[in-house]
Design a protein around this ligand. Structure first.
Ligand code: THU
Length: 135
């Protein structure tokens, strides 16, 4: 089993279950995300839409917010898995890439799954090279 396949085996069900909680009356797209922290704990989020469309929260950002709420140190998480229905293949949106680049390690892996065997993966720095940071 490859490193990516091991991550999928560990995080897939949690991301899938989170997607079942999606509040997506406008798009119908259900997305769940799961962050694995360095203590082996999982933190999940789903997409939460709003009639004022721009207020929609993506699953990835909600999972990262849940991790921060649980006390996970920013830039320490190395793994995030996304499960999505309603897309052929989901690549994370620009807003989520910016938040990932601030809250996850540079070499963190992001995996987007359509099923357990149909997935794409990237490092955070591949998703957002030369990210905006305040120094
Ligand atoms: N969505 C996510 O949850 N993650 C992404 O990376 C892209 C889009 C959600 C937001 C919205 O509820 C729906 O998918 C359609 O854009």
């Amino acid at each position: 089993m490859s490193h990516i396949e091991k991550i999928i085996a560990r995080l897939y069900t949690s991301a899938f279950k989170a997607s079942e909680n999606a509040y997506a009356p406008y798009s119908g797209a259900r997305v769940g995300a799961c962050v694995l922290d360095d203590n082996g704990e999982l933190h999940t989020g789903c997409n939460v839409e709003n009639a004022s469309y721009g207020l929609t929260q993506c699953a990835e950002r909600n999972a990262l917010a849940a991790a921060v709420n649980a006390g996970v140190e920013p830039r320490s998480a190395h793994t995030l898995l996304i499960f999505a229905t309603g897309f052929d293949s989901l690549a994370p949106c620009g807003a989520c890439r910016q938040v990932m680049s601030e809250l996850m390690a540079d070499d963190a892996v992001v995996i987007s799954c359509h099923s357990e065997s149909d997935y794409r993966s990237w490092s955070v720095s591949e998703l957002l090279p030369d990210a905006f940071i305040l120094s």
